[in-house]
Design a binder for this molecule. Structure first.
Ligand code: PGA
Ligand code: ZN
Length: 428
């Protein structure tokens, strides 16, 4: 059974920007749709997002990417089996011919690759998570959910990009969602009481109106308590510092506090936060070019806290192996569009697993109604899932899909819970 049609079209993401959708139709009439998400705080080594440039639509249109799919990719896919993911992804790589998919665009390749994957699952008459699990037992992932959104997602109102919670006391995905909902609501009420409720940031977290980064941490602890939970036991804190956004050359500028810090000083600041607050996970604590800083922080707190590489590791198996050799980070953020194909994404996840690193499958700040990553996180048994906040339908569609997977007959029996966290007691 082989691929009969490939359609590429422009759709719109959660920021109202153009993005690439690909539909792959098999001979038997089954089909699959893949959509490219888009980041705002990107690592420099990510697969390149091909945008048209110029003035129309802010230069963000994707007509070139669509043309590449129609003229170069589609003719090569016709007659091939959708089940041959590795073969098709290798073909995409070869067709592009550049190290970072700059010619055809990582947005074109990931949308195509995901569409092929969905089409293969549809042909096998299985939900995607089940198709990926191939009969192996899997568990629902532990969610990381944003409560305050900052950095590049909130006009740089605070320096830290994501203030998140992890329901470490939850025993099911559904329960984690309910606990998160309570904390999200409590945080909104707290902001309203302080007269600082100002809508939401790009991923649905409350817009941060704080005068220091620590104030956001204090507010988060207060929200967890207000919701009736014990911070650190029931609900813990996860941060995405996204330090590449405010630092390079081992120098950092905390705009909110009007401070310039070198790598050591930022490291010390983060260690202090880890000591003072119930933090269990900290992503991109230092900039992607500050490898010594990442090694130093991992050495300092990696036995207690999950240290996650996003911009630094860019979902690359080679980068993960390099980091493992140095002792930088103990967890890998897995974003399919950073890699550009499903096969390379899986290779990064497997490299992480081989080195004993934990994994978090993650959405981007520019998303759509697409719920594929929930299936990837479950079917690949990644352990953790990060899709943004607890508001806005491009986020809620994904959380709700997790609930559906958990509740359907024939669903995975278990839930990862806190043991999926690297560095935590009883963790990975
Ligand atoms: P991005 O950020 O999708 O805007 O790049 C998300 C993250 O840093 O995890
Ligand atoms: Zn990040």
């Amino acid at each position: 059974m082989t691929i009969q049609h490939v359609h590429a079209r422009r759709i719109w993401d959660s920021r109202g920007r153009p993005t690439v959708e690909v539909e792959v139709v098999n001979q038997d009439g089954t089909s699959g749709i893949g959509i490219a998400p888009a980041g705002a705080s990107r690592g420099t080594r990510e697969a390149v997002e091909l945008r048209d440039g110029g003035t129309r639509l802010g230069g963000l249109d994707v007509q070139q990417a669509l043309r590449g799919i129609e003229r170069e990719i589609a003719p090569q896919l016709l007659g091939r089996a959708a089940a041959d993911q590795a073969g098709i992804d290798a073909l995409l790589l070869a067709l592009d011919g550049t190290p970072h998919k700059a010619r055809l665009g990582g947005n074109a390749t990931i949308a195509t690759s995901l569409a092929v994957l969905h089409a293969a699952a549809a042909q096998a008459r299985q939900p995607l998570w089940q198709y990926l699990a191939q009969g192996r037992p899997v568990r629902l992932p532990l969610p990381q959910v944003q409560i305050f959104g900052g950095g590049a997602h909130a006009g740089r109102r605070v320096d830290v990009q994501d203030f998140m919670v992890i329901a470490t006391g939850a025993t099911s995905f559904g329960e984690a969602m309910e606990m998160t909902a309570e904390v999200y609501r409590a945080a909104g009420e707290l902001m309203a009481q302080r007269g600082s409720l100002a809508g939401v940031a790009d991923e649905g977290g409350w817009w941060p109106s704080f005068s220091r980064n620590e104030e956001a941490l204090d507010a988060l602890v207060a929200a967890i308590e207000k919701a009736g939970y014990t911070p650190g036991t029931d609900v813990a804190i996860a941060l995405d510092i996204a330090a590449s956004e405010f630092g390079s050359g081992r120098r950092y500028r905390l705009a909110l506090e009007n401070q310039d810090l070198d790598s050591n000083a930022l490291c010390e600041r983060l260690v202090r936060w880890v000591e003072r607050y119930p933090i269990v996970s900290i992503e991109d604590p230092l900039a992607e070019d500050d490898e010594p800083g990442l090694v130093a922080l991992t050495r300092a707190v990696g036995d207690r806290v999950q240290v996650v590489g996003d911009d630094y590791l860019v979902t690359s198996a080679d980068r993960v192996r390099r980091a493992a050799g140095l002792g930088a980070c103990n967890c890998v953020l897995i974003k399919p569009n950073q890699a550009g194909t499903v096969t390379e994404t899986l290779a990064a996840l497997q490299a992480a697993r081989e080195r004993g690193y934990a994994t978090i499958v993650s959405a981007r700040s520019g998303e759509t109604e697409d719920v594929a990553i929930v299936h990837l996180a479950t079917g690949w048994n990644a352990g953790q899932l990060k899709v943004g906040s607890f508001a806005r339908s491009e986020r809620m569609a994904k959380w709700n899909e997790g609930i559906r997977i958990e509740s359907r007959a024939g669903a995975p029996a278990g839930f990862w819970g806190r043991q999926s966290l690297a560095g935590s007691p009883g963790g990975a």
